[in-house]
Design a protein around this ligand. Sequence first.
Ligand code: NAD
Length: 396
Amino acid sequence: MIIKPKVRGFVCVTAHPAGCAAHVQEQIDYVKSKGAIADGPKTALILGASTGYGLASRITAAFGSGARTLGVFFERPPEDGRLATAGWYNSVAFHRAAKQAGLYARSINGDAFSDAIKQQAIEAIKADLGPIDLIVYSLASPRRTHPKTGTVHKSVLKPIGQSYTNKTVDTDKGVVSEITIEPATDEEITDTVAVMGGEDWEMWIEALDDAGLVAPGATTVAYDYIGPEVTWPVYHHGTIGRAKNSLRESAKRLDARLKINGYGRAFISVNKALVTQASSAIPVVPLYIAILYKIMKEKGVHEGTIEQIQRLFATQLYNGGSIDFDSEGRARIDDLEMRTDVQKAVKEIWPQVTTENIATLTDIAGYQTEFLKLFGFGLPGIDYDAAQEPNLPLDA
Ligand code: NAD
């Protein structure tokens, strides 16, 4: 099968197996080029391990510290000649590279919010790994079926209290327009917190801890975003921001739980805004990212997911480093994004951007390139006219 990109709004409905493998390899090569991360995890459980920040965390743990990894994700496998999702092909590539490097890798594809998948993970950990040193919580999902009530909660990306009008960009077409988003209802706020808040993270750690599978000195981390004021109505102060508040509260409770038990730490890391499948679905944010990329590349401080996570592990979590907590107890690797000079430059460009000048005032081209790379397109060295075998099992 010859596979080409088919972009529909903010998703690409096709994925290229060889391209995804090249994308994973780029990230592995980057981590290896930075050298070993001393005192890193020996065993790691990554929730949301197939794309974005979770995949970068799995790669860093495995190829930076030699960790044996169990990845959990929710991807569509290939079926009846239908392509799998990019996260599936990324994981096929990760398994292959780990095997070549002599590193244990196992993955569970299913709903991490469910009791059944938690149980499967616990069985796998008991059988193969023993207590876990690092648990990364990097799920981004539009919905969650609550394991106790059966209620299906759907998350929304909306402001709270009042409507919000700002510029946004159709990243596929490069068309800038104005968007007004109506405020969320109370039910939508509660639902978004149920999906993207910390309850499920706490359920994971409780289940692992009760099974005696949290190793002494273990770390658990979940990822957060704050960003600049221009996006606050739809992010930091919006429904997703409420969910992130809940995640922060969970971090405090988990940290206390792990410390009372005499081992471990739990915290939040605030990461940089980057093109991922999750962030491309948020209104307004992609335009901000396109401007941010332009500024950060010009200043020579641009990073992708792998650079962010490698830096977090190598300078703060392990390697003799210590976490540079902010006043609210969060690790910050959004420091370069939030630098005063970077934000000042973004603020100057924001009001000027139109469809006509977006190509010069922003890095929309870089955004589009990164977006296609998420699905395995545009990677150097790949012959996109060559037929691909789409039917790849995880351990191909
Ligand atoms: P992503 O879309 O790239 O990855 C989401 C992962 O979650 C995938 O592995 C997917 O398979 C998995 N997943 C989704 N639903 C699942 C389910 N029900 N069961 C099991 N797995 C499931 O997202 P991302 O951007 O890497 O986001 C990860 C975290 O990082 C989120 O908490 C996000 O808020 C945070 N973050 C993202 C950014 C950004 O700009 N992208 C910035 C800072 C923080």
